[in-house]
Design a protein. Structure first.
Length: 137
């Protein structure tokens, strides 16, 4: 799997891999890499095989700055959502529509699901994070 981070194209431009996914042809799943230009407002998708291929003996893309702390960033985002939730609850208790806190789980669960969908985290890590959020209630 291609790691999230910044890559230099063999022609010199720098790109950021924003996620990975799979394309289903009906018979097989084809791993895809999603990336964006840091110089232009454009995004692309290539197969993982094509993204990782050699061009004239040189890697098409070379990792120059890995995103090593992606999991930490996700956890920080989840905790920030919890802080915002608590502040809203304190300032206006009627704001919380669902007294059981399931709305918070839904809000944070959406971020966890997205992170899982782009292969930022594993299914096991997603379950750990959801359990952490459930313990807040």
């Amino acid at each position: 799997m291609v790691q999230l981070g910044k890559y230099q194209h063999f022609k010199g431009a720098v790109y950021e891999v924003t996620g990975c996914s799979d394309f289903c042809t009906g018979d097989e799943l084809i791993p895809l890499v999603h990336y964006r230009s840091l110089d232009h407002n454009m995004s692309w998708t290539r197969t993982e095989e094509d993204f990782s291929a050699l061009v004239d003996g040189v890697p098409r893309f070379k990792l120059i700055e890995p995103l090593d702390n992606a999991d930490e960033l996700l956890v920080e985002t989840i905790k920030l959502n919890k802080q915002i939730w608590d502040q809203c609850k304190e300032s206006d208790p009627a704001w919380m529509v669902n007294g059981s806190g399931k709305a918070l789980l839904y809000l944070v669960g959406d971020k966890i699901s997205f992170a899982l969908s782009i292969r930022l985290i594993t299914r096991e890590r997603a379950e750990e994070l959801l359990n952490m959020v459930k313990e807040w209630n």
